[in-house]
Design a protein around this ligand. Sequence first.
Ligand SMILES: [Zn+2]
Ligand SMILES: [Zn+2]
Length: 298
Amino acid sequence: MIRLVCLGTSASTPTSRHVPSHFAVKFGGVFLLDCAEGCQRQMMKFGVPYGSLSGVFLTHLHADHVLGLPGVIQTLNLADRKAVLPIFGPAGTRDFVETLLDLPSLRAKFPVTVTEMPHTQTASCLKTTLFEVRSFPVQHSSKAVGYVMEEAEKTKFHEDQAKSKGIQGRLFTQIQEMGELTVKGKKIRLEDVTFKQAGKKLAFTGDTQACRSTQENAENADVLVHDCTFLEEHKDLADQTKHATALSAATLAKKAHVKKLILTHLGNRYANRNVLLDEAQRVFPATELAQEGKEWLI
Ligand SMILES: [Zn+2]
Ligand SMILES: [Zn+2]
């Protein structure tokens, strides 16, 4: 099960009540989706163990998405981290990280690797036995990507069918390990008594307009986290700064057949954030607003 935790929700700057938008995922390790100012404190506050940090996925290099990185790295230094920290991001991420870590007071005492993802096509970032993370292009005012985390396909038993063929107790484990078994003189293949079930899927954007690439890559996702910096009445500003409106994010979620839409990077001009939620829910009712500390089990 993928545990998604919201660490920050605001657009562009912190406010007295909110931290800039970024999230953590706990699934076979701890992963950050952007690393905004205040990140390490938010991790501590909301029970995301920073010592288990296994990777950082940066959507782009605008300051509101990356300013938490030096603080996280310094705290990991103090915690005597030895394990490698992989960082993924669009073109420019290597230069950014190397420049940062080149400052004498910001050096990492553990290895940090940087993988730059293409901002023009979909690409695989990381694949384990549990999941795969892919990056995809988005439309923003700088080179930017979104990410999809998809759980590996699962093998499930047709229980009645398996039992009718004599598979019981530890034979379930045995046939999974061996691929086939002979029961009462009859050979049974694993695929005769099982079916494949798609894993859970999380799609995440940092800053972007609602675009076809996100729609295609978020297709059928259990959760889509999307930029929502403006209301449709400020669409001219959204177009100028390459951000999404609530209406455009909701329309995309509907077209992509996602199960849930979480709106984040919520414009600070809207004192009452529910105006963004209301606009989106008129098109896509399964919409929620991101909120610091809120968790979703996917
Ligand atoms: Zn931003
Ligand atoms: Zn940006």
